[in-house]
Write a protein that binds this ligand. Structure first.
Ligand SMILES: Cc1ncc(COP(=O)(O)O)c(C=O)c1O
Length: 400
């Protein structure tokens, strides 16, 4: 799904120019996609949504029936998700948790702590004694595991198996696991192991990573109830019609859980759940030639949709032609077959998509950038140049 869904297309064309740019989400399509992902996963696999991908309350709510909980990676996300989804299980991960964040998470009663370092374990142990005296807090040490040579080769963002600020080296993680299992920390309970080694892997690569993590964890010789193998399922921006093969991944995970009865496997994807449900819709303001190339300048830019700038790709998009031209001045139009779509920022990095096949593209035509439902608005530098913020439209959202 790269062309806007009919609902999104109609909405995108009905908005006035003053209402552009706008993020338009097809929440019904999101629910359908999440249901299909859930359906592809075996029973003993828990699905947590990594809220960092898109924490809009309407998105969190739409995913509610299909996920077992939410992964949060800061005190801010924790407070936000807890308020938006009261009573739902939360796992608190991420490096550099401050004592205040840890204390707030304990007071909130977070279900799982993903412990990133030995120092963080000491902080948590002491704060659990103070803030959660009557219970044992469930922890999963995060391990930075080397995986088989080449297994992360297809990954767009490898975080594991190399020097990184995330998690612990296997020998240190092993020591932490042992100390927890021996009851060194009276207020902490070893629940399992966590790893998130890469983003952007296909199903086979993800499965290989999951198998390595489970093999390492179950080889520790300590009873573990859970292994969280992370997120990172690929979204292919160059081939937006291709989807992560959830059926193959789910089938592989079924084999893994069958081989380890009693073990719960948890995954925590973000991007591959929500990327497809969002479009950034805008209009062409100007069309011009520069040194032999054609550019269309659109309203908005990478300060709203930073994804192509951070990942270095061309954001997939569709042109929605608009016949009306209400102005007395001439309407600029592209002469060639391919055009670069740039934004309103005063930087050559404000490129949304290059070489877009859009013969005859005119000022006033609209463009819908797809795959804009994850790591899009929430990772963008909104205030640069002080342009107005986009509108937000959640079509088919229960609360809308
Ligand atoms: C610990 C952890 N879990 C899950 C995710 C979600 O990854 P993705 O959105 O690629 O699925 C991330 C992303 O950085 C992460 O750091």
């Amino acid at each position: 799904m790269t062309d806007p869904t009919p609902t999104v297309r109609d909405h995108a064309l009905a908005l006035s120019c003053a209402e552009l740019p706008a993020y338009v989400y097809d929440v019904a399509a999101l629910r359908q996609h999440a249901a299909a992902v859930r359906e592809a996963l075996p029973e003993r696999v828990e699905l947590y949504y990594a809220a960092k991908a898109n924490p809009e309350p309407e998105i969190l709510t739409a995913l509610g029936p299909y996920v077992d909980g939410y992964e949060v990676a800061s005190g801010g996300e924790l407070a936000h998700v807890a308020a938006a989804m009261p009573g739902r299980p939360l796992a608190f991960g991420g490096p550099g948790k401050t004592p205040d964040e840890v204390a707030a998470a304990l007071e909130h009663g977070v279900e799982r702590f993903h412990v990133e370092s030995e120092h963080e374990l000491c902080v948590l142990a002491e704060l659990a004694r103070r803030h959660a005296p009557g219970r044992r807090v469930a922890v999963l040490p995060r391990v930075n595991l080397p995986v088989a040579e080449g297994a992360l080769a297809g990954s767009s963002l490898a975080m594991g198996g190399r020097p990184a600020p995330f998690g612990m080296d296997p020998d240190r993680a092993r020591e932490v696991v042992r100390a927890l299992a021996e009851g060194v920390y009276a207020h902490l309970e070893l629940r399992g192991v966590h790893a998130h080694l890469a983003s952007g892997l296909e199903a086979a690569g993800q499965l290989a990573v999951a198998e390595s993590v489970v093999a390492w964890a179950t080889g520790l010789g300590v009873p573990l109830a859970e292994v969280n193998v992370g997120g990172g399922m690929t979204v292919d921006y160059a081939h937006p019609e291709r989807r992560f093969d959830w059926a193959a991944y789910g089938g592989g995970l079924a084999g893994l859980t069958e081989a380890h009865p009693g073990l719960t496997v948890r995954i925590e994807p973000g991007r591959a759940l929500t990327a497809y449900c969002g479009w950034y819709v805008t209009e062409v303001l100007d069309v011009k030639r520069s040194h032999g190339e054609e550019f269309a300048v659109v309203r908005g830019g990478t300060h709203h949709l930073r994804t192509p700038a951070t990942k270095g790709h061309d954001q997939p998009c569709s042109v929605l032609r608009v016949e009306a031209w209400p102005h007395p001045w001439p309407r600029p139009a592209a002469e060639g077959g391919r055009i670069t779509l740039s934004g309103q920022l005063c930087t050559p990095k404000d490129l949304l998509a290059r070489g877009v096949p859009a013969p005859g593209l005119r000022a006033g035509d609209r463009v819908a950038f797809s795959l804009a439902g994850a790591y899009a608005w929430n990772i963008s530098h909104h205030d640069f140049l002080m342009h107005p913020r986009p509108g937000f439209h959640f079509l088919g959202a229960e609360s809308a």
